[in-house]
Structures are given as structure tokens and as C-alpha cells.
Design a protein around this ligand. Structure first.
Ligand code: ADP
Ligand code: MG
Length: 699
């Protein structure tokens, strides 16, 4: 019954009507009673305490005082009049001031009767005053159910323009809570409520809007945050479990000749323990009979490519094809060359398909792919096209997955009649918090160990004014046989200016180093020219590579040991870390030099400081998350996911952990939530799904 009441369209609420309903819908997406109740304040004005006039401070904060008006007078001033009242309590005297509404106030305010006043105080010439105070007779104040802490709701210009002030929202909230609030059905099981010492749902909703005191507000916030995160986790974990039961996957039973031959005779180095562990996890997944959906996280240079290759060889051993998709052409080509070299001694047919593959070649690839004559296909988004049909795709690997959207992952799923196993790899370490809330339906593997012998990259921050010293340093390193990257920002909105910066930089470097060969790569070059330049650098025919961030991901030139990042303050942290990952891949000591001007924002300073103090991608990701907020970090594609009503993915990390713990525990004991004690949770969950309160964001 309460559920029906909650569905009631908002225009039926007393005090709303069609016009206000319209504004509420448009501005706040409040359609029903339920939506209104779930519209939470973003702060509170604390009216729990009373001040005495002699306790007032000159900091113009909001205070509440009990006292009486003893006298009122009009004061003429240059522009208009003001009404001034002398207000006293047993400790002193202050003034209340009105610039408007004089008539009404004079007629309605009573002298010598106790009032509770609330507002901001000013101090001028030894007198405290309060302009346009909120006032209520003490007698009414005591009668009123309304609580001491006043909610402040998020607002918009349009709402205010249409007269829907905070006061109005408060009124509506009182109305809707009176009609529904006390009858609210519980959504968490008694067991959870007892174990976590939670307050009831009804109590929480009441106190989130009208908290009786700080303590109850804290309890209400905890309960609602927990609940929000709990149901998201419940959904993610359930999905993951269902997935494992229902989505049949190809069963790769055997490890055969491809894998063994490669492992025994062609592996160019010993695998790190982390690599071995991850390969084992992947093997386990692909041999389980269910479809694999695994996220492989590993910092730049941790050696994800070889893991991808060995996983693909398992697919081949079982008679399947595999593909590897990368976000850029350069990276695809590099993977193609790298894997071809690694597979030189084993009989694997590897092809490359990108946007610039010529039509004839493309046709050949399409045909061979369908005939099963291609074992491994590497490429860009071009792999996703409908024309690209596999004979029998068993494993799809996606490199640098943060560059791709969820929809693209889904497209790969449809490349076979049973979805292929999917391995997504990322070098942008996602903080655990975020990984849990975003990818709860993926299994996660982490390579937390770099190949032996790597020296951490030394990172310093230099001002543009020290450029000559930096040039001298570049010269020294090149003389030792090293190569150098110089990277310029490229941000779409100001592409022209960036292009100019890049070209100016290129010119000054050519002038400074007439004795060295210099490559240049940027987004506006033809792919063939890009490849040519890239190639010269890879083969060490050029010593300096001037580039935009097109080289950000994946490029591997172990002899390059210096990374200069120009206008470093314009890059995000994860981007800086990615770029730095281009060096430090060989045995030599590598360096990353962050160049900036002198004018730096606080955030920029934090970013630069973080980069110079740590090489740990996870630590960097945590700082990034705090600076930018989760939406930005993941790109717009996923930002909607984190549109939480009350919880904050960064600040409420510990609540998230606990929500995940309890959701896992409940589902382990009772996967279908069919036990009596979990009925409450089950019903609440179904309602959330039905009302689309929980987003269905992972396809
Ligand atoms: P990423 O994880 O950033 O994709 P790559 O797979 O490109 O890293 O590997 C970076 C470099 O480390 C490559 O040159 C690769 O050959 C090398 N490498 C990978 N694993 C090992 C290992 N176990 N021992 C030594 N070198 C390794
Ligand atoms: Mg890589």
C-alpha cells in the first residue's frame, strides 16, 4: 500500500499543483512522492544551540537567539528607509533590521513577547545586528514538531525564480513525510540492522530531512549511505554470480603445443611471479566452462602484453581464434610487430587490421578470418565492424580498456554464437574503491610487480626559465647513447594553439640540436607518416621524438630514457603517469622532467608534487581520484554510474567496503535471497530494479 502511495505523481501533493510540479520535474527530476523523499539536503543549519547576545562573535555566522523586541523605529537613509528593532535578552541588546516588508512586520510583530530569531549577524560600530531574521514566537517554536537542524536542499536558479525556495521544499517535505514517512517499509534485514546497529528506514528518512540532533543525523546518513552502496554491490555481485552460472563459455580444456612450445623455447625472459599468477587465474577462468570477464590491472611496464599473448595461445591450443584490440593505430602496430617477433618460432598466423588498412588487404583479412586462416587478429576499433567476422573467436583481449566504452566491450561479445572470453587490460590503475563500484561484475587480476632490474624513473619539476640546463642534460644523455621524448599537450578545444606550441617547440629543438636527428609525431599527420617517424625512433635512427600525447599509451622503446613533458601543469595525473611510463623500460636510469611556467594552481602543484614523490600508479590514482572526482577520472562514458544520491565514493570508502562485505556474505549464504530472513532485502531489491533506481550500467 505504501508502495502505491509512493508512486503518487508529485502534482497531487498538497502545495504542489501542476505548475510547481512542472518545475520540480524539469529541474530536479522529481516525478513522484518517492522522488521527493529521496531528494536529500546537501547541508544543514544547526539550530540545536541558542546564543546569548553577549556571546556573539564578529564572524557573522548563523545563530539562533531567544529574546524580545522592546522598541521599533523607522530610520531614514539615502536610499529608502529601514525598520530597526531593538532586541534584548538577559545579557545584552542588538538590532534587527528590515529593508523591505515594513508594513507587514510592523503590523504582525509583537513587542515584549519572547521570540526565537535566526539569521546571520553583522557587527558595526559596537552593535550587533541581524538583517531580515527568521522569527517565530517561542510558544509556536515549542509546539512545532520541526526539528532543530534545518535542511538546506540543492537549488537552481529556475527553482528560485519560480518561488520554490528552500522553505517551500521543506514544507513539501514535511507534507510528504507526514503522509508516508512513518509507514515506510524496511529495506534491510533485521540481521543487518542489528549487526550494524542501524536505525530504521523510517527513522533514517525522517532524520535525513529533519534531524533531531547531530547524532541522529550521523546515524541517518550512515544508514542511507550504507543502503545505497549495499544495493549497488548486491546487484553487481549477483550479476557476477548469475553470469558464472548462466553464461556458458567455451571450455579451454587443454594446454597444448602453442603454449608449451612458446613457454619452453621462446619466452625471452623469466616471467615474474605476478605474471605467472595472473596467467594461472586466466587459465582457470577459461577452463571453467563459464565465460571469462577479467580485468587485468598492471602499472605501465609491468608486462601485460606477454600475459595477453600466452592467454591467446591457450585459445589457439583449443582450436579457437583470438583478437587483441588497442585504442590507437600506433599501439596496434607496435603490438603487431612485437607479437610477430615473439611468435617467430611458432607457427601462428597474425594479422593487423586498422582504419588505414587498404581495401584489398582488408578484404583478404575478412576472408581469411572467416575461413579460420587467421589465428590472431590485432587492431583498433576497426575490429568491431560488422564486416569483421571470425570463424571461431574464443578470446578477445582489450588493451588500455579505459579508452573504450562499455558498448564496445559488448560488441566483442557478439562476435561468436557463445560469447568469447574477454580479458580487458589497463595501465591506469583504478583505485580499489572505484574498481569495486564500477567493475564489481568483473573479476580482477593485478600485476603488482615490475620485471626485475627496472630502476624507478627519477622525476623532477623544472621551470621554463631553466630550459637551458634541461637542454644541456638532454645533450649529455644522448651522448651516452640514450633517446629522448619531448611531449606537448594536445587538448581539443585549443587544437590550433597546441599545434603552434608543438611546432615552435620542434623548431627550437632542431635549432638547439643541429647535430641530432629528430622525429615528430602528432595527431594531424597521415598514419603512414606517423609510422615512418615512429619507426625511425624505434630503430634509433633519431635521438629525439617530439610528440603530442598520441604516444601516451603503450609505446615501447626501451632505449628511450628521458621524458620531457612540456606544460606539464596542463596534464592530468594519470596522463602524466602514463607518459612517464614510456621511459624506464630498459636497464638504464631514466628521467622524467616536468616543465612548467611559474604560475601554478594549487591542484597543479599537488599533481607535480605527487609525480615527483611517487612512482606507484595506485597511489597516483588515489590522489587523482581525490583531485578530480570519480566521474572525470573514468571519462564521461561512465560518469553517470557514480551519480550517487548520498554516498561519496571517495569519502565513504569504508562504508563501501562494509557494504560489499555484507552483500557478498548474504549472497554466498543465500544466492537467490529466498530465505525468510532475507525477504525484506529481496523485496527492496526488486523494487529498486523495477523503479530503475539502480542503474543497469554494465551491459
Ligand atoms: P605493459 O604492462 O605496460 O603493457 P609491456 O607488456 O609492454 O608492459 O612490457 C614492458 C616491457 O617489459 C617489454 O619490453 C617487455 O618485453 C618487458 N617484460 C615483460 N615481462 C618481463 C619479464 N618478466 N622480465 C623482463 N622483461 C619483461
Ligand atoms: Mg601495454
Amino acid at each position: 500500500m505504501i508502495q502505491n502511495l509512493l508512486q503518487t505523481p508529485i502534482e497531487y501533493l498538497k502545495g504542489v499543483g501542476p505548475n510547481r510540479a512542472d518545475v520540480l520535474k524539469k529541474e530536479l527530476n522529481i516525478q513522484s512522492y518517492r522522488d521527493l523523499i529521496n531528494f536529500f539536503p546537501n547541508r544543514y543549519i544547526d539550530k540545536t544551540g541558542f546564543y546569548k547576545i553577549n556571546q556573539l562573535q564578529r564572524n557573522s555566522s548563523e545563530v539562533q537567539i531567544v529574546g524580545k523586541i522592546v522598541h521599533m523605529k523607522m530610520v531614514e537613509q539615502k536610499r529608502g528607509k529601514r525598520l530597526v528593532a531593538d532586541f534584548v535578552d538577559d545579557t545584552g541588546k542588538m538590532e534587527l533590521i528590515w529593508f523591505r516588508g515594513h508594513k507587514w512586520i510592523r503590523e504582525n510583530l509583537k513587542l515584549n513577547v519572547p521570540y526565537v530569531i535566526f539569521g546571520k549577524t553583522n557587527w558595526y560600530n559596537g552593535v550587533f545586528s541581524m538583517p531580515h531574521p527568521e522569527m517565530e514566537l517561542v510558544a509556536d517554536y515549542k509546539k512545532n514538531l520541526r526539528t532543530a537542524m534545518q535542511p538546506v536542499y540543492p537549488s537552481t536558479e529556475m527553482l528560485l525564480k519560480k518561488g520554490i525556495t528552500n522553505r517551500v521544499i521543506m514544507k513539501l517535505m514535511q507534507e510528504v513525510l507526514q503522509q508516508t514517512g512513518l509507514k515506510f517499509s524496511e529495506s534491510l534485514s533485521t540481521q543487518l540492522i542489528e549487526e550494524l546497529k542501524l536505525i530504521s528506514k523510517a527513522e533514517a528518512l525522517f532524520n535525513i530531512h529533519f534531524p533531531k540532533n547531530q547524532e541522529l543525523l550521523a546515524k541517518a546518513q550512515f544508514r542511507l549511505k550504507f543502503e545505497e552502496l549495499f544495493f549497488i554491490q548486491l546487484q553487481l555481485i549477483r550479476k557476477n554470480m548469475l553470469h558464472k552460472q548462466k553464461i556458458k563459455g567455451f571450455n579451454f580444456e587443454q594446454i597444448g603445443e602453442y603454449f608449451n612450445d612458446f613457454y619452453q623455447h621462446n619466452l625471452p625472459f623469466d616471467l615474474t611471479n605476478a605474471q605467472k599468477r595472473v596467467i594461472k587465474e586466466i587459465r582457470g577462468d577459461m577452463g571453467s566452462g563459464a565465460q571469462m570477464n577479467r580485468l587485468l590491472q598492471g602499472d605501465v611496464g609491468s608486462g601485460k602484453t606477454i600475459v595477453a599473448l600466452m592467454s591467446m595461445l591457450i585459445a589457439l591450443d583449443n582450436g579457437f581464434q583470438a583478437c587483441l584490440m588497442a585504442p590507437t593505430e600506433i599501439l596496434s602496430i607496435q603490438h603487431y610487430n612485437g607479437l610477430k617477433e615473439l611468435c617467430e618460432e611458432i607457427d601462428v598466423s597474425i594479422y593487423l587490421l586498422t582504419g588505414s588498412t587498404k581495401t584489398a588487404k582488408r578484404r583478404e583479412i575478412h576472408e581469411k578470418l572467416e575461413a579460420g586462416e587467421i589465428d590472431i587478429l590485432i587492431g583498433t576499433h576497426a575490429l568491431l565492424e560488422d564486416k569483421v567476422k571470425f570463424h571461431n573467436l574464443g578470446l578477445a583481449v582489450i588493451d588500455e580498456q579505459h579508452r573504450f566504452g562499455v558498448a564496445q566491450r559488448a560488441k566483442l561479445w557478439r562476435k561468436n554464437h557463445i560469447p568469447p572470453h574477454v580479458l580487458v587490460m589497463t595501465a591506469t590503475p583504478i583505485p580499489r574503491t572505484l574498481a569495486m563500484s564500477l567493475y564489481g561484475d568483473l573479476d580482477i587480476s593485478v600485476i603488482d610487480e615490475l620485471p626485475p632490474g627496472r630502476k624507478p624513473v627519477k622525476t623532477v619539476h623544472r621551470f621554463d626559465s631553466n630550459r637551458l640546463k634541461v637542454f644541456a642534460f638532454i645533450r649529455d644523455e644522448i651522448k651516452k647513447g640514450r633517446q629522448v621524448y619531448v611531449v606537448y599537450p594536445l587538448i581539443q578545444e585549443s587544437e590550433k594553439m597546441d599545434y603552434k606550441d608543438l611546432m615552435d617547440g620542434y623548431e627550437s629543438i632542431t635549432r638547439e640540436f643541429p647535430d641530432f636527428q629528430i622525429s615528430i609525431v602528432h595527431g594531424q599527420m597521415k598514419p603512414a607518416d606517423k609510422d615512418y617517424e615512429m619507426d625511425r625512433f624505434v630503430r634509433a635512427e633519431t635521438q629525439i621524438m617530439v610528440a603530442t600525447t598520441v604516444i601516451e599509451v603503450g609505446v615501447n622503446v626501451p632505449n628511450a630514457s628521458v621524458m620531457i613533458i612540456e606544460s606539464a601543469e596542463r596534464f592530468g595525473l594519470s596522463q602524466l603517469h602514463q607518459l612517464r611510463g614510456r621511459v624506464g623500460r630498459g636497464a638504464e636510469q631514466s628521467f622524467c622532467i616536468l616543465m612548467t611556467g611559474h604560475k601554478l594552481s594549487n591542484d597543479s602543484k599537488t599533481r607535480l608534487e605527487t609525480m615527483t614523490t611517487t612512482n606507484d600508479g595506485f597511489e597516483i590514482a588515489e590522489v587523482d581520484l581525490k583531485l578530480r572526482g570519480p566521474g572525470d577520472l573514468m571519462g564521461t562514458q561512465q560518469s553517470g554510474v557514480l551519480n550517487l544520491k548520498i554516498a561519496d565514493i571517495v569519502k565513504d570508502n569504508s562504508i563501501l567496503q562494509s557494504a560489499r562485505y555484507y552483500a557478498t556474505r548474504i549472497l554466498k549464504e543465500d544466492p537467490n535471497l529466498s530465505e525468510e530472513k532475507n525477504l525484506v532485502v529481496k523485496n527492496a531489491y526488486s523494487r529498486l530494479v523495477k523503479n530503475k533506481t539502480i542503474w543497469n550500467y554494465i551491459s
